[in-house]
Design a protein around this ligand. Structure first.
Ligand code: FDA
Length: 320
């Protein structure tokens, strides 16, 4: 109920206008977000790399509503790729297709994606396409399927969400082509017609899809995460849930695969204890580092995931 309300608020313009005026909101967001500028994000990436973490950078923004904004978001994505190269960061880029025009015109979005991927391929940088709400999944899959044969495993991969009924089949089909997949539970409000309504089912499905991707890794000759952090393995487990992480570790071990055939990914500022222990055990760990001015929907989705974050937000609001 609370999750549904917060997910609604994450997309409500009136709530965004109200909340972003409160300085306390930025204080809460700053737990998760590197800052508003690329320089601030790069400073954090350097710190994380020095510690042994890989990164994926996310320039916050989604659902652009006009061609000029989509063009600007594309220019900025290209600038980030150039900067990752120039500063030799152990980082990739994460992109939301609605940010570069998917909801306006899929052809425009395809041209923008192509521009980003050409730049990424030139510099050997990996771009992960985030998965958004189910209304955009078919179009996202279409654009991915067209880009993948041209740009290949080292340049482009995709996120898949275990809350969707369709995902296990998508994972099997993409895994057979050695597509680099980031497996997540899913962060949007979805109807029961497309997504499991119960958390236990979403968790269980996450493990089943992990099995599918471990098998795909085996079939593909067990490709590992590249040591420069530039290309992830087939399976990236993106969860802060101990049970999901443990399951993946055991599945990889039981299949006789090395620790570098799975990558663990977590959001900046969440479960630092788990990030650190996985790194110490010798697993590749990648931190998702968002930055930029469009932090409102990202912050509210993080509040929706964990009531304790909401209490922190409300406590700060009362102290204001
Ligand atoms: P779950 O929500 O069950 O949480 C398990 C435990 O993790 C909690 O008990 C708590 O300890 C901790 N935790 C989780 N969220 C927290 C938070 N916000 N604050 C503090 N602690 C928290 N989604 C999507 O739809 N499309 C996408 O492309 C992506 N991309 C993506 C990349 C990466 C690297 C990550 C880690 C996640 C995403 N997500 C995503 C978000 C994902 O779908 C999901 O909403 C969150 O990861 C929360 O789910 P968990 O798997 O962590 O489990």
């Amino acid at each position: 109920m609370l999750r549904a309300l917060l997910l609604y608020l994450s997309q409500a313009q009136w709530a965004r206008r109200m909340v972003t005026r409160w300085s306390v909101a930025w204080r809460v967001a700053a737990r998760f977000i590197a800052g508003e500028t690329l320089d601030e994000a790069v400073a954090l990436v350097k710190k994380l790399n020095a510690h042994g973490y890989y990164v994926t950078l996310d320039h916050l923004g989604e659902y652009t509503t006009n061609a000029a904004e989509a063009q600007q978001a594309t220019d900025e994505a290209v600038e980030i790729v150039e900067r990752i190269h120039a500063d030799a960061l152990q980082s990739g880029l994460s992109v939301k297709l609605t940010q570069i025009g998917l909801a306006i015109d899929p052809d425009l979005c395809e041209r923008h994606l192509e521009r980003i991927l050409v730049c990424a391929q030139t510099h050997g940088i990996f771009v992960r396409i985030d998965m958004e709400d189910s209304g955009h999944i078919e179009a996202t899959m279409d654009l991915f399927r067209r880009a993948y044969p041209r740009f290949g495993v080292e340049t482009v991969g995709l996120a898949l969400q275990s809350y969707l009924y369709r995902t296990r089949e998508d994972a099997a089909a993409l895994g057979a082509d050695a597509v680099r997949i980031r497996l997540v539970k899913g962060a949007y409000k979805e109807p029961e017609t497309v997504a499991f309504p119960e958390k236990e089912d979403v968790d269980d499905e996450f493990d089943r899809i992990t099995d599918v991707l471990v098998a795909a890794t085996h079939e593909a000759g067990a490709p590992e995460a590249r040591s420069d952090g530039r290309c992830p393995p087939i399976l990236a487990v993106a969860s802060h849930d101990d049970a999901r992480v443990d399951y993946a570790r055991q599945a990889v071990e039981a299949a006789g695969l090395s620790k570098r055939t799975v990558e663990f990914q977590m959001l900046n500022g969440i479960r630092r204890d788990l990030q650190e222990s996985l790194l110490q055990e010798g697993y590749p760990v990648r931190i998702y580092v968002p930055f930029g001015r469009e932090w409102y929907p990202y912050m509210v989705r993080r509040l929706a995931e964990r009531p304790a974050n909401l209490s922190f937000f409300l406590a700060n609001l009362i102290r204001r």
